[in-house]
Design a protein around this ligand. Structure first.
Ligand SMILES: [Zn+2]
Length: 431
């Protein structure tokens, strides 16, 4: 595969021209190999020779998760013999979708994570502690492993959970960097405190955090980020955002002002509900076109993730676009008492109230047709005063107070983990 890592440091104009030359190749590949896109181009009479710029993409219909679910096979561009790895998306909405990767796709994935690790300042002198699962049909853990290998970092594949094994690994192997879901760092801190481990003197200097946002819109740490940093102050936190469909990631540099786009791997647009580009400064749906994917490339795929983006050059020297923390999933937007909200903003508050053991947020439509929020909180503390304390926190952070209902933590744990689920369910949409 052609590699051009210096492109990140070129001007925005050069980056755009580079991406547009890659786009032409990509469209030719889809026309030659993708049954789904061949059909789409034919049905909509798309003249591919007229698609030359990123703006021209607006002449092509978007691809949705429903398209992927209904026509999964038709997205595959290669023969069965060329497929090396099968993964599925986590299926946050509906059935999971199968993704296939060729040998070249695995190389591309390795290169993506190599770029991601170098953006976060990692070098081959680092040792990575992988605190995410590498199997269960996930793409991410494998990608991190391949990327670390590409960079020449040592890796300790601990997997997710088990704080005791994580600390044992830190003590034995002295990793300098962790790949982790940030709320798990709270568990590591708690375990360390109970067992007299001085985490601020541990070898771990930085963590690249996935799955949950760390920052507010002004790039300051959110409640979760602050809670980690207040205790483990020597640990530098970086955020990365990625998905199976993108086979690419957006990772923060040392300035930590949004995740950098990798221009060799992906084109991104930010669209509104009518599939029009959002105006500068508005939140939009991340819509991606993969570059160089052979097995299951996607064109204008609407990810469902909503975020802000920034185009000014970054202090790190990169001129690539940066993405904010994900505000939430498009289908999960809650309209509540004149405010629009996404579940992650509510998670951030609840995750950081010490006496809240676990919770499930339910959103339903009331008799007059507007959204209502009920939060079932698993807690031993169930006083009126505690309920008021939770509501006051919501009022101060998101300006609205949902209904709070206390339950046993065991009951909540059961709702959160139905059979076959790979992730704890914290949001239930009953609308
Ligand atoms: Zn930067």
């Amino acid at each position: 595969m052609k590699k051009n890592p210096d492109i990140q440091f070129r001007s925005a104009t050069e980056i755009k021209a580079y991406q547009e030359s890659r786009l032409t190749e990509e469209l030719a590949y889809l026309q030659a190999h993708s049954p789904f896109y061949q059909q789409m181009f034919k049905e909509h009479q798309i003249d591919l020779t007229a698609i030359k710029t990123i703006e021209d993409l607006q002449h092509i219909p978007v691809t949705t998760k429903t398209d992927l679910q209904l026509h999964n096979e038709a997205f595959i561009c290669v023969d069965r013999e060329e497929i090396i790895d099968y993964v599925t998306t986590s299926g946050t909405l509906g059935d999971p979708v199968t993704f296939v990767l060729t040998s070249e796709d695995l190389d591309r994935l390795a290169y993506n994570e190599y770029l991601s690790f170098t953006t976060a300042g990692c070098t081959k002198h680092d040792i990575l502690q992988l605190m995410t699962t590498i199997d269960r049909r996930f793409m991410a853990g494998l990608a991190y492993y391949l990327g670390a290998r590409e960079l020449g970092m040592g890796v300790a594949r601990v997997g997710n959970g088990i704080p005791e094994l994580q600390w044992d690994t830190i003590r034995r192997i002295h990793p300098t960097c962790g790949m982790v879901v940030p709320s798990f760092l709270i568990k590591l801190i708690e375990f360390a405190e109970k067992n007299n481990i001085d985490y601020n003197r541990a070898s771990m200097q930085k963590c690249i955090c996935i799955g949950e946002g760390l920052r507010n819109q002004d790039f300051s740490l959110n409640t979760l980020g602050k809670r980690i940093q207040e205790k483990w102050s020597n640990l530098q936190l970086y955020s990365t955002y990625a998905s199976t469909e993108m086979q690419s990631s957006f990772t923060e540099c040392e300035v930590c002002q949004g995740g950098h786009l990798q221009p060799e791997l992906i084109i991104v647009e930010f669209l509104d509900d009518n599939n029009q580009p959002v105006k500068a400064g508005e939140a939009g749906e991340v819509t991606i076109t993969t570059l160089g994917v052979k097995g299951m490339p996607l064109l204008r795929f609407k990810t469902g993730d909503i975020c802000y983006h920034y185009t000014e050059p970054c202090a790190c020297g990169r001129h690539t676009m940066r993405l904010s923390s994900i505000l939430g999933r498009k289908g999960q937007m809650i309209k509540y008492k004149g405010t629009t909200l996404y579940p992650p903003a509510l998670f951030d508050i609840l995750d950081n109230i010490p006496n809240v053991k676990n919770y499930v947020i339910e959103v339903y439509t009331n008799e007059i047709g507007t959204d209502e929020i009920l939060i079932r909180v698993g807690s031993e503390e169930r006083s009126e005063a505690f309920s008021k304390e939770i509501k006051d926190l919501f009022r101060s952070k998101v300006r609205v107070a949902p209904t709070i209902q206390f339950e046993s933590a065991d009951y909540i744990a059961k709702i959160q983990m139905p059979p076959m689920s790979r992730k704890a369910i914290k949001f239930i949409d009953l609308r």
